[in-house]
Design a protein around this ligand. Structure first.
Ligand SMILES: C[S@@+](CC[C@H](N)C(=O)[O-])C[C@H]1O[C@@H](n2cnc3c(N)ncnc32)[C@H](O)[C@@H]1O
Length: 232
């Protein structure tokens, strides 16, 4: 029955139904559980790691550390550094695992000393368009994280440029397909999801890893359909 309802009713009606059902049950005000992609989005801007802004959805932090621990990449290329909290989190994790390096790319340098001097992090501040892929040639197991402008055109171009570097069984993670759910995709010309759709239609070496995307519920991630596993 639930599955049939899902097919015929839009998401908003299903949400309304669940909230009405909750209201019929008495729950003291301070015990109410009430969050969704919009509240998580508001909160994720406040996330820090070791005091440094590290803008990422909490579900994705858990998934990231699982992937890094499993793949143990020689190199992670992060496109979009910002203050570098996300890169620092991954670099510390790599320290614990005793393996791996990060190339993190931005168009400006906002990182402080802790990030800039981390032995596993190398900063590039000239934009991903100017990153020379020969920088990655000494590494074999490579994982890419795309977290820059989120414009459809940029995301698709970055997918095309960096996907050949991803080793088989590793991942190209495309951040923030959630913008569609947040009704912001127009400003991003369709954003990462449109780019992923087109990329997967033209490149059969990758597939969406549903185990990660759906681990906490259907696409309960900010990287909607964004965990792309290289399968061949
Ligand atoms: C969402 S933030 C990145 C957040 C970061 N990954 C973290 O974990 O905190 C997006 C960043 O992408 C950068 N950016 C925009 N265009 C870029 C480009 N062409 N190349 C590299 N970075 C770019 C922006 O300057 C901004 O700092």
């Amino acid at each position: 029955m639930k599955e049939i309802l899902k097919i015929f009713l839009p998401n908003s009606l299903i949400k309304l139904y669940h909230s009405a059902k909750k209201r019929l049950r008495f729950v003291p005000e301070d015990e109410l559980v009430n969050f969704d992609s919009k509240t998580i989005s508001a909160g994720h801007y406040n996330v820090t790691y070791r005091g440094i802004p590290a803008i990422r959805c909490p579900f994705d932090y858990v998934i990231y550390q699982m992937i890094i621990s499993k793949i143990k990449p020689d190199l992670v290329i992060e496109i979009g550094t910002n203050y570098g909290g996300g890169a620092l989190y991954l670099a510390d994790l790599m320290n614990t695992l005793g393996h791996g390096a990060i190339h993190t790319i931005d168009i400006e340098k906002k990182t402080g000393e802790i990030v800039a001097k981390h032995p596993r992090i190398k900063l590039f501040t000239n934009g991903w368009e100017n990153y020379n892929i020969n920088e990655a040639k000494e590494f074999s197991k490579i994982l890419i994280i795309e977290d820059a402008s989120h414009m459809y055109e940029d995301t698709l171009s970055a997918l095309r440029k960096f996907s050949p570097l991803v080793s088989i069984d590793s991942y190209f993670i495309v951040e923030d397909g959630i913008i569609n759910e947040l009704d912001k995709e127009k400003g991003f010309h369709g954003g990462p999801l449109r780019a992923i759709r087109e990329f997967l239609a033209e490149n059969k070496n990758f597939k969406v890893d549903r185990a990660y995307c759906d681990m906490f519920g259907k696409n309960a991630t900010f990287n909607v359909n964004g965990y792309l596993k290289r399968i061949k």
